[in-house]
Design a protein. Structure first.
Length: 267
């Protein structure tokens, strides 16, 4: 995980966005701007946007939709002030012809007037709630990017998009795993409760030590791997659907909003 230095020790959401905009922040955003919502991004040409909207509505667990921009819009007042979608993410993935073509830190030079941005809820949001309840978040404690895995779990195809679920993993002892379910259930717009716990092979994961995205973390002998739906799912879907052009955040490198976590929590 790339070390991060924020200006004057300020880790509020705007400071984090500005650090990404100016190139100071290039690493994952887990643990930054605690108490504020982080979002996954999918940016598509307008002709594909309506289809992707239907896909999100059909798959709310991995694609909890928080906001949709107007075509060409780089700001989004729903997400925050002084926000530039094309520059405020530490790393972006660019997809061309159904494959990941490159990873960059700024997409303003390839921005187009027909691009529509989808902001999707992220599990980094509920990590703050887990930590406040005394549940450690292993990848933060170990200074790593969250481990993420492709699975064999099929998604509901819609709008020309389809594929398989991607999950993120956090290990807990049994009692803490139960508590993590209770806590994260309150955050349906940030993927909500886990989709699986226990044997990873049951969802098509061969080896926890080799994540498809992010970095492996320590899993103790007395711990259970707990899996949540992940906002990287759309990136796998873009590849499997053969999309001609798209931009997303790089896994673990989120856009941090001005929305307090509490607004997404169910009472």
């Amino acid at each position: 995980m790339t070390p991060t230095t924020l200006p004057h020790g300020d880790d509020g959401p705007r400071a984090v966005r500005l650090a990404a905009r100016h190139g100071t922040l290039v690493g994952p955003t887990a643990g930054l701007a605690k108490g504020y919502v982080q979002v996954n991004l999918v940016i598509l040409p307008e002709p594909q946007a309506n289809g992707f909207l239907r896909f999100c509505q059909s798959n709310p667990k991995p694609c909890p939709l928080l906001a949709v921009s107007e075509p060409g819009e780089r700001g989004c007042h729903v997400l925050g002030e002084d926000l530039d979608i094309a520059r405020d993410v530490p790393a972006y993935c660019i997809y061309r012809d159904g494959r990941l073509d490159e990873t960059v830190h700024d997409v303003s030079d390839i921005w187009r007037d027909d691009l529509v941005t989808f902001a999707l809820g992220c599990s980094f949001t509920f990590e703050h709630a887990l930590a406040l309840d005394g549940l450690p978040v292993r990848h933060i404690d170990e200074g790593r990017n969250v481990p993420m895995y492709n699975t064999s779990v099929p998604l509901t195809s819609a709008g020309g998009f389809g594929g398989r679920l991607v999950v993120s993993m956090r290990p807990y002892r049994a009692a803490d795993a139960i508590r993590s379910i209770q806590i994260t259930t309150r955050y349906p717009q940030a993927h909500g409760a886990p989709v699986h716990l226990g044997d990873p092979a049951l969802i098509g994961i061969k080896d926890l030590r080799i994540p498809d995205y992010g970095e492996a973390v320590t899993v103790g002998e007395d711990e259970i791997p707990v899996f949540w739906a992940c906002g990287v799912t759309p990136q796998q879907v873009l590849i499997e659907s053969g999309i001609t052009f798209a931009i997303t955040h790089s896994p673990g490198h989120m856009l941090i909003t001005d929305i307090p976590d509490s607004r997404l929590a169910l009472l």
